[in-house]
Design a protein around this ligand. Sequence first.
Ligand code: 5GP
Ligand code: MN
Length: 339
Amino acid sequence: MTKHEISDIKSLLASPKKIVIVTHKNPDGDAIGSSLALFHYLTKINHSVTVITPNDYPDFLKWVPGQDLILKFDSQNSQSLEALNNADIVFTLDFNAFHRAGDMENTLAENKSLKIMIDHHQQPDPYAKYTYSDVSMSSTCEMIYNFIEMLGDLDHLDSNMATAIYLGIMTDTGSFRFNSTTSRTHRVIADLIDKGAQNTFIHNQVYDTNSYNRLQLLGCALSNLKVLPEYRAAYITLTLKELQKFDYKKGDTEGFVNYALSLNNIVLAAIFIEDAQQNIVKISLRSKGDFSVNLMSRSHFEGGGHTNAAGGKSDLPIKETVEKFISILPQYKSALNEA
Ligand code: 5GP
Ligand code: MN
């Protein structure tokens, strides 16, 4: 983002505005954290702010300060449309293409208000008047911190904002371990703790609130784990029947794919999950090193994301989806063995 753009945005925000903050479908910690951090900041500087998510999010995010005010586009549709129709500015956070907002896609495409994108995914669509896009960033939350800093307003940072930003950095960096975690990320985290983010509390809320059923489902996922040593790949499947057996709730499978990636000598991991609602198989891909699951997902699974973490889908049944995955591996064999 150029100095010029920042000064434009600063003038734009100098008088009270009606602002809507939107994030992607199936919001994760970074989506909710960045949206609520920006919500608290803009509210503090006298704007009227509404956060809208396309759909619901997991219970392990339902403690973040301000989350009770979030409108869900699917279940609170008329309120959401009213806010969007009246908005002067729409911020789109943690996504960079309207289709990532699910059923909000057309509404966003037709919306005439000024748009500002803050995002760290690859290949942003050119829909925003102001685009702050940086794929080297650990998280959209770290970018929100930078954004507030660029606007010269870090003195406004309070414990609600610090908590929300901490959440998204923590979840998007796998608790500060992925290689997007820089010394700067740690400096930001240190400042957030100084400003009132309670680190142990946040970790507990997200990682130590498992239900018994979720751990049993993890056991099922791990017993379904398959390894393909010649491709240094591993994958997990979860069928609808298995999900139902353990009374699956939104978010229960979060992080499961990382167990496949944690195997020694494995550089590519996948999880295939039957999604009855959408009648698709939802796919999560993870990798180590230079191997790009973003490219793999874009080429074969109608998705995308980052080099080391991407998502996608398949309209084939789960068995055929896995067969397709296995059938494309030979073309990546040398890349996987060099990664
Ligand atoms: P996850 O596997 O945890 O759902 O997503 C991993 C990363 O890929 C996230 O950064 C997410 O935003 C992105 N992602 C997930 N699903 C999709 C998808 O269907 N399309 C695109 N373009 N990105 C996705
Ligand atoms: Mn993110």
